[in-house]
Write a protein that binds this ligand. Structure first.
Ligand code: FAD
Ligand code: NA7
Length: 509
């Protein structure tokens, strides 16, 4: 039976994955509609097309991280001869203005929203700023901001609705008085004394840049920092933040209640009282903060879009299991953060979206490869990694069958006057390569398994490490590379010391 659908493809969600899939399908001559609608945060914050990455994720986060790094550079500038016209150190004449940063960041975001809309128009993607819900297998109800309702149909669907931050269910006052990363990047007032609840990468990144901008920051950790990342590197990041950036950490505690002592007025932050509980002792404690930011995880936006009506299977947390992005309902696909067990990163959503569109509408049948996806945590000392963590390698291959090569080092740029550089001490950067172990010590038989790097420009350095991992290169291949001197990346070309040898792994000289 022939059906007359409105579109060949409807994409629900205009974030990293949805935009990429829509544009690719349209470029292949298909009739495509992309829906994107942002539900406001409890504080009424909303944003334009582009999804999490561009509006409330990667981009504003990286800009604010960079703002904090600039402060660090200015602190050190006098060792390099820079001073004010009166001959004073720049750092003594430094003050950060939150509203200037927020304004520029928001202008940048609005520029991106505008260019996405323009690109969608030129690429013939029908963009609707409306919320979509399945009502039949091939039919959506769409609702615009003004509550106007329409129905549209399509032969194929891609669900790319992403995630939103969760609030705790057991902390009184959280919804009313606290914020999440969805509010932070457009916050009207300077955050002031801040409590960040949560210890994963969103939490530590926000804590890191706020501290770098000069705010007093405390992180509340329920169990461990950076669950899922290499333990040694995660602890290294935490220790750096604690010892050299003076971020405070409260361990084994959870929030119980937030009370407002003074509301926000005239762009000044409010004053809040946090009541929290120690999980070991059950002791209850209170402290005062201007801002309480919850970064305790994110929830997939899959529960209110009629997936149950059309029979799309989800797990108990709302993530969608797929085989090559196809759900159990053959004409409904899913990409991005809502996928079960896939890395939740922008380039992953983009790659999956583009390849899926090509598979749907051309003969090209290349699947998205979710293995060896590199990532970076943009904390004050950055951490980039790709491949196995040390724990995963031990679990998979056994302690006796892996080798861990490592080295602490100091970037050349950090060496001037190092004894007087509180945030850039000697040998605080770290590199680690995990390999399989050869019985006879022949590095040509040591297969590379994982790269870990803690130091400046981690994202730039770790970006190329999937390549040797995908090519199944060996430690000998790595050793045969000649470095670029003087750089941080060259550390990976000179890692002779294995943990097993017990030799000192700090760089001399
Ligand atoms: P999203 O980008 O979230 O887009 C989903 C869109 O669908 C949203 O606009 C949503 O409003 C819309 N939508 C939802 N339901 C409907 C509906 N029913 N109808 C219409 N529209 C709907 N990743 C990195 O790679 N690098 C980073 O440095 C990085 N930093 C991050 C920092 C933060 C603070 C956060 C929160 C995330 C970060 N990420 C980072 C993760 C990255 O942002 C996500 O992996 C990526 O945005 C996922 O893309 P997506 O297409 O799945 O969903
Ligand atoms: P994650 O990675 O799910 O981490 C959540 C963090 O919050 C983690 O440290 C949790 O600790 C902690 N958590 C969870 N619930 C609570 C409560 N109730 N109280 C205190 N602490 C809690 O979430 P993120 O938001 O950081 O990142 C999600 C994805 O978004 C990420 O993959 C990026 O791609 C973007 P735990 O270890 O469970 O004790």
């Amino acid at each position: 039976m022939k059906h007359d659908y409105d579109y060949d493809l409807i994409v629900i969600g205009g974030g990293s994955g949805g935009l990429a899939a829509s544009k690719e399908a349209a470029s292949l001559g298909k009739k495509v509609c992309m829906l994107d609608f942002v539900q406001p945060t409890p504080h009424g914050v909303t944003w334009g097309v582009g999804g999490t990455c561009v509006n409330v994720g990667c981009i504003p986060k990286k800009l604010m991280h960079h703002a904090s790094l600039i402060g660090g550079e200015i602190e050190d500038a006098h060792y390099f001869g820079w001073q004010t016209k009166n001959g004073e150190p720049l750092k003594d004449n430094l003050k950060h203005d939150w509203s200037t940063l927020v304004n520029y960041v928001q202008n940048n975001i609005k520029g991106s929203n505008f260019s996405y809309r323009a690109l969608l128009a030129t690429q013939q993607v029908k963009y609707l700023n409306a919320y979509g819900t399945f009502v039949e297998p091939n039919k959506l109800r769409i609702v615009y901001k003004n509550k106007k309702e329409e129905f549209i149909t399509s032969k194929n669907f891609i669900v790319a609705t992403g995630e939103r931050p969760v609030y705790p269910i057991d902390c009184k006052g959280a919804l009313k008085y606290s914020i999440t990363s969805d509010d932070l990047f457009s916050l009207k007032y300077p955050p002031g004394r801040t409590l960040v609840v949560g210890a994963s990468y969103v939490a530590l990144e926000c804590a890191g840049f706020l501290r770098g901008l000069g705010y007093d920051v405390t992180v509340m950790v329920r169990s461990i920092v950076l669950r899922g990342f290499d333990r040694q590197c995660s602890e290294h990041v935490r220790n750096y933040m604690e010892n050299y950036e003076h971020v405070k950490f409260i361990d084994h505690c959870v929030m119980k209640q937030i009370d407002e002592l003074k509301p926000s007025e005239n762009n000044e932050p409010p004053l809040l009282r946090a009541t929290y509980r120690n999980l070991d002792t059950d002791e209850e404690m209170t402290d005062e903060f201007n801002t309480i930011l919850f970064a305790i995880g994110r929830k997939p936006c899959t529960d209110k879009i009629g997936l149950d009506v059309v029979g799309v299977e989800m797990d108990s947390n709302g993530y969608i299991p797929t085989i090559n992005e196809q759900t159990n309902v053959p004409h409904i696909y899913a990409i991005g953060d809502i996928l079960q067990g896939r890395p939740q990163l922008t380039p992953v959503a983009i790659e999956a979206g583009i390849l899926l569109a090509r598979r749907l509408f051309t003969d090209q049948q290349i699947n998205c490869d979710y293995i060896n996806v590199p990532t970076t945590v943009f904390t004050p000392i950055e951490y980039g990694c790709c491949g196995y963590t040390e724990e995963e390698a031990i679990e998979k291959f056994g302690m006796d069958n892996i080798e861990v090569y490592h080295q602490y080092f100091t970037p050349t740029e950090w060496k001037l006057n190092y004894y007087d550089r509180p945030r850039k001490p000697m040998n605080v950067c770290y590199a680690k390569v995990i390999t399989t172990r050869s019985n006879d010590g022949d590095s040509r038989k040591e297969l590379l398994l994982g790269f870990h790097y803690v130091g400046p420009n981690a994202g730039e350095i770790i970006q190329f490490t999937p390549f040797p991992l995908k090519m199944k290169a060996t430690k000998a291949d790595l050793d045969s590379m000649i470095g670029i001197h003087p750089t941080c990346a060259e550390i990976f070309t000179m890692l002779p010391i294995s943990k097993r040898s017990g030799k000192e792994a700090t760089q001399q000289g």
